[in-house]
Design a protein around this ligand. Structure first.
Ligand code: TXA
Ligand code: MG
Length: 309
């Protein structure tokens, strides 16, 4: 049996499957099966009232999960799916409390990753309607961007029939942009690779800056944190780790964790660099934050959380 079909069957049978996506690896379960979804919370050590993103392969399935779709949400879906964007909309009866954290909204995404799309589509062929998948890390920790990082993080918490599918290193490397589509204007709840500028251009509407009152676990301030202490925009001392653009020299005795040449590379290398700091048991990591708009906003957001104690 192909690995894709094996993964789709495992999901239909109520097991967990760690799935590669273009953003980060997700820990998937059948989004209509409460027992399967409960396993996600157990493996992650995540509070059970935190809502999950439902992943689908085809925009036609959106109507199953959503009861109201504003026209700007349709524009966003047409422009950026498959892609690193999650839309929050009014839920249908299919989106039960165990998916939405008892809110009246549901988050949906079509990922842009060949393996993820193949698994989702095989799962849908077997009668599945959506795969709930948070990032495949323990609660509060850094999201995995490779199958090895998932295994390091979660192996001991997975059951004998659960699977980790290796789809290589994630291209984007930061979690999807989450856009609340329940108001008159799009509102960004979590910045990501679909940027403020891209949303305004696609919808012709101004983006409302987020005052977060919806429960988004990634919006807890101390999220995405490695064990090492992360400090921003300070001088690194011998023994410290350093994450900075390639043109920044490494001071003597400092351990270089990443030297990205572009903001895209910065996003893509950030979580692996933080995980490496933990592997090396560094007590401190200095990150020099990128300036500017676009993806740099999402990088600064994640670094601010990683550095918050
Ligand atoms: O890129 C991603 O989005 C990855 C990949 C696997 O798709 N998934 C991901 O899931 O980052 P997770 O669970 O780690 O983060 C999803 C965020 C959470 O902070 C959750 O609170 C929020 O989405 N969320 C889910 N449903 C929501 C809703 N109805 N309203 C507001 N926020 C919601
Ligand atoms: Mg997460």
């Amino acid at each position: 049996m192909s690995e894709i079909l094996e993964a789709a069957r495992a999901l239909r049978e109520g097991h967990l499957v760690a799935i590669p996506t273009e953003t980060v690896y997700g820990l998937g379960a059948d989004a209509t099966n409460p027992t399967a979804v409960a396993k996600i919370y157990a493996a992650k050590g995540r509070p059970a009232d935190h809502p999950l993103i439902v992943h689908i392969s085809n925009v036609k399935l959106l109507d199953s999960w959503v009861s109201e779709l504003p026209s700007y949400a349709r524009l966003l879906a047409n422009n950026f799916w498959p892609g690193p964007m999650t839309l929050v909309m009014k839920r249908s009866g299919l989106a039960k409390d165990f998916i939405t954290g008892s809110q009246d909204t549901v988050a949906v995404r079509i990922p842009d990753h060949a393996t993820a799309l193949e698994i989702l589509s095989a799962f849908e062929t077997l009668g599945g309607l959506g795969v709930a998948a948070p990032s495949a890390n323990r609660f509060g920790k850094v999201s995995p961007t490779s199958a090895l990082a998932v295994a390091n993080e979660l192996s001991e918490f997975l059951g004998p029939d659960d699977l980790i599918v290796d789809g290589g290193t994630c291209g984007v490397g930061l979690e999807s942009t989450i856009i609340d589509c329940t108001g008159l204007n799009p509102r960004v709840l979590r910045p990501g690779a679909v940027t403020h500028e891209m949303i305004e251009e696609a919808t012709g509407l101004p983006v409302v800056e987020s005052g977060i009152d919806i429960r988004v676990s990634g919006s807890l301030r101390s999220h995405y944190a490695p064990r090492s202490e992360v400090v921003l925009d300070q001088t690194a001392s011998p023994g410290d780790g350093l994450i900075a653009m390639g043109n920044v020299p490494t001071p003597d005795g400092v351990i270089r964790l990443a030297s990205p040449e572009t903001v895209e590379h910065y996003a893509n290398q950030l979580y692996a660099a933080l995980q490496k700091a933990d592997e090396l048991e560094l007590s401190k990591v200095v990150a020099l934050t990128p300036s500017g708009e676009g993806l740099a906003v999402a990088i600064r957001d994640r670094l601010a959380r990683a550095s918050h104690k």
